[in-house]
Design a protein around this ligand. Sequence first.
Ligand SMILES: NC(=O)c1ccc[n+]([C@@H]2O[C@H](COP(=O)([O-])OP(=O)(O)OC[C@H]3O[C@@H](n4cnc5c(N)ncnc54)[C@H](O)[C@@H]3O)[C@@H](O)[C@H]2O)c1
Length: 272
Amino acid sequence: MGNNLLKGKKGIIFGALNDMSIAWKVAERCHEEGAQIVLTNAPVAMRMGEINNLAAKCNNAPVIGADATSMEDLENLVDKAMEHFGGKFDFVLHSIGMSLNVRKGKHYTDLNHDWMLKSMDISAVSFHKLMQICMKKDAINDWGSVLGLTYIAAQRVFPDYNEMAEAKSMLESIARSFGYHYGVSKKVRVNTISQSPTMTTAGSGVKGFSEFISFSENMSPLGNADAAACADYCVVMFSDLTRYVTMQNLFHDGGFSNTGVTQSVIEQFAKS
Ligand SMILES: NC(=O)c1ccc[n+]([C@@H]2O[C@H](COP(=O)([O-])OP(=O)(O)OC[C@H]3O[C@@H](n4cnc5c(N)ncnc54)[C@H](O)[C@@H]3O)[C@@H](O)[C@H]2O)c1
């Protein structure tokens, strides 16, 4: 049951691949809270058709394909979304991440740099492209909210996160820099949410991910935040209750980021 936190609000949600995706949960929660949404993903990711099941659950939300690296696709998406909404919208979720080198099993010290640039384009530069188009088309209402999803490997080394660490650092930096300009000119806020490791298609591409999830669970005083809890946080960030929060990287990780060690991790060592 929702609380109408997003009543009257309209937004675009990128990245719902299947029902494990963080974006999928965010779309469901936004709909529950009274928002109207447009769904989008890369055309290749929409081939399985799962996104149509989500659209049906969300009051038959339109599904518009867009490769987030293509300015042409993004322009078309924003135009079509504005046509559908009958004007501007209020929020955007960028829930996109992909590393070609991780996918192809390349070690961090042996990267293919053409692939690396492609990974940066998909996972970080696309955030800039999207906001640049939204700003030029004046597509987002005053006090609107743009969110990207990130991970703490942007600040600290997690060896198997590989080149995605650089992608997330860039994503967070773009949120700060664009957040400044979007704030000054249009009162639009831009933030990233740094989420706990979560069992999704993108997440499980990282080597040793299940073990890593248990480690993180044990290192977080509240335990790992799941995708549903992340969706709750996104709703709050899209709502009018957070109008002055901008240019921030917001940790949604059960306390992991500020924990040096926990009793439970110490006990694991005592056992061994
Ligand atoms: N799962 C985790 O542990 C975790 C933790 C912190 C942050 N995140 C971030 O959350 C976001 C969502 O990932 P997820 O875990 O829900 O996994 P997911 O695999 O469900 O979502 C990733 C999405 O990116 C989309 N995508 C890839 N290339 C694209 C392109 N060129 N154009 C448009 N879309 C494209 C995919 O189709 C997919 O829908 C990502 O930014 C990810 O890095 C995930």
